[in-house]
Design a protein around this ligand. Structure first.
Ligand code: PLP
Length: 382
């Protein structure tokens, strides 16, 4: 028998009670029964996004909401600044170019975070720039960008700040109204503990004002249409009913844990994993780590692609490797969503055992022990 463990930064494990909620019979979506659940979810999402504005629920992966932010709030030919610090930053630029926006790329060496001063300088130099696109966490490099500091720059100008919070929302606090984030996006299969298939997007007042004027092609992702439908507790097209059942359960779980405790848990798991990987001599890929995941370099000369494959196929533990320049060189350990202290013990012990199989000298328990030193304080014995 083999037991499988999912420790990749998306998809992430789905809690048993959420799986059970999604197993309920599918009901018709144009009914008061469904509308009640849908409206309740939309209302609770405002708490998670920390906003007074509507949070729209779309049936798509996270990229759908990214595309929607561009097609609804930006016009063809408009100039935007794209922070490209990895695969997902690059995706912002590719979507913007697909819809004929003029992209100014701010290319950042992988492992580094955006520098607010550089963003300010770019905006000062070119008043034609109408938007900044960035990630809360660049998942390909496990880097956290300084969103609050960048919002402080954009909010006093006619520049919309669009944040891909797909691995940020529900991991750490992103109070969008307080900071002045104009558009915030999330997806279901990361910190939201759901299967893939839902995305979430909230627009601040000035983003909605842009949506009134923006000219671009769109049909399925028409946010004004979705906002109007949400007022009637429904959606423009058929929603992913079963995933909404799951979402209702996830939001209940988050409320039970409370958001401050949830953010604390992610931060603590991150510290523990980094202590553990450090003790194993695995070098950090960044000094700007997010609370949601940890990327580390594998020892020089080790075939990282094979390493991740062996962990998955021989040990039953699925991690993510690296992409592009970092393919075969790093391993990414997830701690966002349905993860607790002992999942990190599994993560670290499986890495120790795999390193041993790859003939890397390793003292069994060194990584696990370093993590335990941090995690012990999270348990109270009454
Ligand atoms: C996973 C991820 C996405 C892409 O989402 P899909 O659901 O695959 O479309 C975008 N941005 C970030 C930061 C992600 O981690």
């Amino acid at each position: 028998m083999k037991k499988s463990y999912l420790l990749s930064p998306g998809p992430t494990p789905v809690p048993e009670r959420v799986l059970l909620a999604m197993a309920q019979p599918v009901i018709h979506h144009r009914t008061p029964q469904f509308s009640g659940i849908f409206a309740q979810c939309a209302e609770k999402l405002k708490g998670l996004f920390n906003t007074k504005n509507d949070v729209l629920i779309l049936s798509s992966s996270g990229t759908g909401a990214m595309e929607a932010s561009i097609t609804n709030c930006f016009s063809k030919g408009e100039k935007v600044l794209v922070v490209n610090a990895g695969k997902f930053g690059e995706r912002w630029g590719k979507i913007a170019e697909a819809y004929d926006l003029k992209v100014q790329w701010m290319n950042i060496v992988w492992g580094n975070a955006a520098d607010p001063a550089a963003v300010k300088a770019a905006l000062d130099a070119d008043p034609d720039i109408k938007g900044v696109f960035i990630q809360a966490t660049e998942s390909s490099t496990t880097v956290k960008h300084p969103i609050k500091e960048i919002a402080a720059i954009t909010r006093s100008r006619d520049v919309l700040l669009t944040v891909d919070g797909i691995t940020g929302v529900g991991v750490f606090d992103i109070p969008m109204d307080e900071w002045g984030v104009d558009i915030l996006i999330c997806g279901s299969q990361k910190a939201m503990m759901l299967p893939p298939g839902l995305s979430f997007i909230a627009l601040a007042d000035r983003a909605w004002a842009r949506a009134d004027k923006a000219k671009n092609n769109k049909f399925y992702f028409d946010l004004k249409k979705e906002r109007k439908n949400l007022k009637d507790k429904t959606t423009a097209y058929t929603p992913a009913v079963s995933l909404i059942y799951g979402l209702q359960e996830v939001l209940a779980m988050m409320e039970e844990e409370t958001y401050p405790k949830l953010f604390e848990r992610h931060a603590a798991l991150g510290l523990a994993v980094r202590a553990g990987t450090g003790a194993l001599g695995l070098k950090p890929v960044t000094t700007h780590y997010t609370e949601g995941m940890t990327g580390v370099f594998l020892p020089e000369g080790l075939d990282g692609k094979k390493f991740v494959k062996v962990l998955r196929d021989s040990f039953g533990v699925t991690f993510a490797g690296g992409q592009d320049d970092w393919a075969g060189k790093i391993i990414r350990i997830a701690h966002l969503g349905y993860f607790t202290e002992f999942d990190m013990v599994i993560a670290l012990s499986s890495i120790e055992m795999a390193l041993d199989k790859f003939k890397v000298p390793v003292k069994f328990g060194a990584g696990v022990g370093a993590a335990q030193e941090i995690l012990r304080d999270r348990f109270e014995v009454k």
